[in-house]
Write a protein that binds this ligand. Structure first.
Ligand code: SF4
Length: 409
């Protein structure tokens, strides 16, 4: 490797993957192999202050560290210039490192979507997927997030006005939804809070996002079921809210309907509670149990009962995510049933329709565009707010239900 390439790893993406002429993509610097370091990234302010006190330093050094890790998004301890050099050297000598997860590979879609394979620092080499969608996919429309601050005006040099980051919470998933590619992996392991928040910070840094100014939404809808890794998921949310400075009103977590998780979530204070989406996907328990076996444990009514415990903010809505499977869940009579169900909940509900995205080894078919439109207009006619999520990054397997650590593109 020559000196120009010493600190950065480059990858060549083929035109089949990028849809553009062959190009180099710059990736985050890789750690030298064989060094197992303790990551500071993932520790909150209190824990960082504790580390500093243990090191014989005043607690306020923890604040400097938090600023550097989460606001300035530094990648290496020796660049934290607010800390005296001897302290930096001592931390390195004691085995500490920034340890933020790094983007190991990038797939670019023709529509501007980017899918990343993100690797934990000094970890087991397993990668999770994170997706960047400039201009979003319409998923947050009508759920109350418009009420929040950041103005989202396009700045000179920025190619997007707003963006959505789709974040993973586990490596693989145990829930086994029949239409989902991630389910094929099974559950490999839970991600830590630092690994979940680190995906976000790595992507913010890649796109030079200015927190508080740029309009960025987070959706915890990547690989995994967040409510089956509850403590780490909420730990990541707290880091992102309290240390990184993102608003929980711009975050949505989607669950397949883990009732004990929803009940815990309902008790979270509003200052750190994201919005809630239920991955409904079927009009009734019979069809839902077929395509989502988890429904046998927690059927629709049990899920709705738990959702009723969440204290919604003004204008906030519960989202029902609904994947349309051709011939299975996309009929007009299904739409009528979904409308009835939405009314029965008594909750402010909106429905997001997602035309199913094909994946290798999954036997469903895509719904016809006429079926999607008929479903949408039926719900609308029944008075249910409904939005069709634009498919993003289908060509790079970045779309909903397609994330599976695929490197084939
Ligand atoms: S749809 Fe979500 S909950 Fe279901 S298997 Fe896929 S990742 Fe897991």
């Amino acid at each position: 490797m020559n000196s120009l390439h010493e600190s950065w790893k480059y990858s060549i993406l083929s035109p089949a993957v990028t849809g553009k002429p062959q190009q180099f993509v710059q990736l985050d610097a890789a750690e030298p192999a064989g060094i197992l370091r303790k990551p500071l990234f993932g520790l909150n302010l209190l824990a960082l202050a504790g580390r500093m006190v243990e090191a014989g330093e005043p607690a306020w050094r923890g604040k400097q560290l938090a600023e550097a890790l989460y606001r300035q998004r530094v990648g290496a301890l020796d660049t934290i210039t607010t800390l005296p050099k001897p302290l930096r050297q001592r931390l390195v000598a004691e085995g500490w490192d920034v340890g933020r997860p790094r983007i190991a590979q990038v797939f670019e879609s023709v529509d501007g979507t980017e899918r990343y394979l993100v690797e934990s620092a000094g970890g087991d080499g397993q990668k999770v997927e994170t997706v960047w969608m400039p201009e979003g996919d319409g998923g947050e429309t009508g759920d109350g997030s418009e009420a929040d601050g950041a103005n989202g005006e396009r700045e000179a040099g920025k190619r997007w006005e707003r963006a959505t980051i789709c974040v993973s919470s586990q490596v693989g998933c145990a829930v086994n939804c029949q239409f989902c590619l991630t389910a094929k992996l099974g559950l490999q392991r839970n991600l830590t809070a630092g690994e979940i928040a680190g995906q976000v910070v790595a992507v913010l840094e890649r796109h030079l996002v200015e927190v508080g100014r740029d309009r960025v939404n987070l959706v915890f809808m990547g690989m995994g079921e967040p409510f089956l890794n509850y403590d780490n998921f909420m730990g990541a949310v707290r880091l992102l809210v309290e240390e990184v400075g993102l608003s929980p009103r711009r975050m949505t977590v989607s669950t397949s309907g883990i009732v004990p998780g929803i009940e815990r979530f309902a008790r979270e204070p509003a200052e750190v509670r994201p919005k809630l989406a239920i991955s409904l996907n079927a009009p009734n328990d019979r069809i839902r149990s077929e395509i989502m076996p988890i429904n046998k444990k927690w059927p629709i009514e049990a899920v709705v009962d738990a959702v009723r415990k969440v204290q919604l903010r003004p204008r906030e809505r519960i989202t029902f995510e609904y994947v349309l499977l051709g011939g299975v869940t996309d009929r007009v009579e299904h739409a009528v049933e979904v409308a009835r169900l939405a009314r029965r909940t008594g909750l402010p509900v909106k429905v997001n329709l997602i035309a199913w995205n094909p994946g290798p080894g999954i036997e469903y078919t895509m719904p016809k565009p006429e079926a999607v439109e008929a479903f949408r207009s039926t719900l609308e006619g029944e008075g249910v707010p409904v939005y069709v999520r634009r498919p993003r990054g289908r060509d790079i397997f970045a779309a909903c239900g397609q994330l599976k650590r695929t490197v084939e593109g």
